[in-house]
Write a protein that binds this ligand. Structure first.
Ligand code: ADP
Ligand code: ASP
Ligand code: MG
Length: 407
């Protein structure tokens, strides 16, 4: 059996749902199909806005109850189209699909899938149309999986059902060396390693949800990203790094524009102080990314600077101001004008000059680097958000990512 997932732009209108139904019914001629759908177009954004207009800080349980309806609408409409066009189909919500999640609202992880009902439907010759992005807790509460989470529904179903293929249909032809909507010369990659895709997804390549890539990697699911509007195109396949045909020091460049920077200045230099500060942030549910601790001349105080999601800035600032008064730090600074630019490549660690070349190219372009962090397969720089798109192009050009790399 195969799993096919269709994103929001692919099911934006009834005409587009008909197009998707065509792709599904062609596949269903040879294989049982589970089709996972996102909400139509910008429905999830619209529902979020409605909630924000209704309540100052919407109750998280009710927010999930609201958001989950988006995917239920598109699933039901798609099943209607399929049924009318001669295929037999049934739409199922997260609960009906047997998807159990943790008891955390808005960003729940899938813990188990009871596939009995799906298998019965498939055995009865039905196409299963699954509402993505949702599940249900053991207590029967509706949950959602975090923005972009329908990808995760698809890969989790593919793993649970032991599917032979998991095709993620979207509005571009696959995974590119950079977001093709920012860099027109970005090149389509025929293949990408799970670890590279995971890192790219975590640092802003929206094309796949990071949790979906984690699951694909764990279960070795041959996920393929392809274009709903050009379904004959092979797209990009995810593979183990050892199965890659081409060796690339840099596979892609990404930008994450949901970033901000905070600094706590002149913190007393004593053991346990970082634990106190970051403990305060963790208690407020704020995740911290790049961290720099710099010492002062008199050595008795440090400055600590770090990045957070821009949407967490207000909460983080409040927590940090409390920590500053408790620890005797001098003051707190906030900077909203931050984007995180990253290059990712499984072969990066073998080429020590990549970081230096990236920093020099940004310097030549007059783009200031605010912070730097690295992992084995990634180099990231915090830069001004105003420079975000230009910086992606500069780095893409530098590594000639528009050209086929030598193997
Ligand atoms: P869907 O609604 O189908 O889930 P998304 O909007 O979540 O689609 O993801 C597709 C978008 O991801 C593309 O339109 C593109 O702008 C963006 N994107 C960012 N980085 C990349 C990349 N490296 N390759 C392809 N697409 C990317
Ligand atoms: N509809 C949800 C969102 O917009 C989930 C998804 O599309 O993957 O985030
Ligand atoms: Mg998406």
């Amino acid at each position: 059996m195969i799993v096919q997932k269709f994103g929001g732009t692919s099911v934006k209108s009834i005409a587009r749902i008909r197009n998707v139904a065509g792709i599904i019914s062609r596949a269903a001629k040879s294989d049982p199909v589970v089709a996972v759908v996102s909400a139509m177009g910008d429905t999830t954004d619209y529902l979020m806005k409605l909630a924000q207009q209704t309540a100052q800080s919407p109750n998280r349980r009710e927010l999930d109850a609201l958001l989950a309806t988006g995917e239920q609408i598109s699933a039901a409409l798609l099943a209607m189209v399929l049924n009318e066009s001669g295929s037999k189909a049934i739409s199922l919500t997260g609960a009906q699909l047997g998807i159990t999640t943790e008891s955390i609202h808005n960003v729940a992880r899938i813990v188990d899938i009871n596939t009995d009902r799906i298998r019965r439907c498939l055995a009865g010759g039905l196409i299963v149309v699954a509402a993505g992005f949702q599940g249900v807790t053991e207590e029967g509460e509706t949950t959602t999986l975090g923005r972009g989470g329908s990808d995760t529904t698809a890969v989790a179903l593919a793993a649970a059902l032991n599917a032979s293929a998991c095709d993620i249909y979207t509005d571009v032809s696959g995974v590119y060396t950079a977001d093709p909507n920012i860099v027109p010369s970005a090149r389509l990659l025929n293949e990408i390693a799970y670890i590279e895709m995971l890192e790219m997804a975590r640092v802003g390549a929206q094309v796949l949800h990071p949790r979906a890539v984690e699951l694909a990697r764990k279960h070795r699911i041959p996920v393929r990203v392809r274009n709903t509007f050009d379904p004959a195109h092979e797209g990009t396949i995810l593979k183990g790094v050892d199965d890659m045909e081409i060796y690339r020091p840099v596979s892609g460049v990404t930008i994450d524009r949901d970033q901000a920077r905070l600094a706590i200045l002149k913190v007393p230099d004593r053991p346990g102080i970082a634990g106190e500060i970051f403990g305060a942030l963790a208690r407020h549910g704020v995740s911290v990314d790049m961290i720099i601790q710099a010492f002062h001349e008199d050595r008795s105080v440090n400055d600590i600077t770090f990045t957070v999601k821009r949407s967490d800035l207000a909460t983080a600032r409040k927590a940090l101001e409390e920590a500053a008064s408790e620890t005797g730090a001098e003051s707190v600074l906030a900077d909203e004008d931050v984007a995180k630019l990253s290059v990712v490549g499984a072969g990066l660690m073998d080429q020590p000059d990549i970081a230096a070349r990236m920093f020099s190219a940004l310097g030549r372009a007059g783009i200031n680097i605010k912070m730097i962090s690295t992992s084995e397969i990634r180099i990231s720089c915090a830069i001004s958000d105003n420079e975000a798109e230009r910086a992606v192009k500069v780095v893409h050009d530098l590594f000639q990512l528009d050209q086929q790399q030598p193997s």
